[in-house]
Design a protein around this ligand. Sequence first.
Ligand SMILES: Cc1cc2nc3c(=O)[nH]c(=O)nc-3n(C[C@H](O)[C@H](O)[C@H](O)COP(=O)(O)OP(=O)(O)OC[C@H]3O[C@@H](n4cnc5c(N)ncnc54)[C@H](O)[C@@H]3O)c2cc1C
Length: 375
Amino acid sequence: MIAVSGSGIAGLAAALAILRNQKPVLFVAGSMPATTLHGGVQIAPNGWAALDQLGLGEAARARATNLQAITVRDMRSAATLANLDLSSSPYASLSRADLASILQAEISASNGITHIAANITHVVQRGPDQGKAVHMLTDDGSRHIVDALIAADGVSGFGRHYVNGTDSGTTTTPNHGRVAMRAVAKSADLPRMFSQPFCNLWLGKGAHFVHYPLHGGKDVNMVLTLDAAKAGDGWQQRYLGRNDILGQLCDHANIKWVKTALPAHPYHDCWRRGRTVLAGDAAHPIPPNLAQGAGQSLVDAASLLRWMAHENLDSALSGYARERSKAVGMIFKKAAVSSKIMALDGTGATARSTIISLGGAPMLNAWLAEVWAAA
Ligand SMILES: Cc1cc2nc3c(=O)[nH]c(=O)nc-3n(C[C@H](O)[C@H](O)[C@H](O)COP(=O)(O)OP(=O)(O)OC[C@H]3O[C@@H](n4cnc5c(N)ncnc54)[C@H](O)[C@@H]3O)c2cc1C
């Protein structure tokens, strides 16, 4: 039996990958924070390829909203800096709740899953002389013995600390001190351009704002990223209020903003300790600036799907960890650089907008194509 911890996108997808290999799963998942399934995600071509490999492409496409372009604009002047046409690429938004329910439905339709509503607190691994097993303790006081553990329990869960020993920050930590103000609004409450099938990225001074439609344009997902120190009273006027279109969002009665601290954790390329491997944010707390975290969790699961077909469990786990840690390292670096570029303020922000308007779609494409091609 293989244990999977965490009931976010990564845990659900990993559990499905194991079940698809006809192996029983012990699914260890305590209560989920309310924000886990809040809002939407953009899924890029690599995420769609993974959904197809997991056999979920059709169900996901039925609930997705195709996004035909990524449009980059200047937050103050509203000028379009670049427009990347995506009409021939699989690029679409999904609400997190829809993605989770598609995964849950497939898991429920599979045989061989046992749920435990608890969190892992301790793990001890026995060596070959004792039959190679992972002994787990959970916070409901119970003990479980499994052949392996896929720890997909997020950036603050048990797995990341267990595999990497420590999670102390480094000077290269991206997004440190940044927060996201997130909201999902009815498109009927917003200016019409918000329901158009585009991902809009507005670049401001020290902040950026992303919005795209969900549910075929009925809802709109919005995220403004800024310094935590500037997210107090008046942030809406300060960042959105200077633009005629975005100013209409300020103090809107029907928009409820939720503040989320952004990951400030370094990347470690060690994904395995014995028979415990990481998946999802536990392995790769990617800054959200490239919209890749959930997509990479799906790619993790597609990789597990292939590797867990191997007869030898140790080779399968090490093959998965090796393959994924290498591919994600490049994506993490690019996301960290993107987060710094998007956070630029003052003359740095002005120079950035000039460079993007000169580079246009070819520059955006060159930056993203390598990320979307990585599997
Ligand atoms: C503002 C923002 C926008 C984003 N936009 C995008 C986007 O457009 N596209 C994209 O691909 N990604 C995006 N992401 C990233 C994406 O949301 C995450 O990468 C993804 O949700 C991570 O899923 P996860 O399952 O790894 O972690 P989580 O969702 O954090 O789930 C971890 C689960 O593990 C559980 N857990 C914790 N400790 C334990 C334990 N000891 N035992 C058992 N269970 C435990 C938790 O309760 C939780 O339910 C965005 C992120 C943010 C913050």
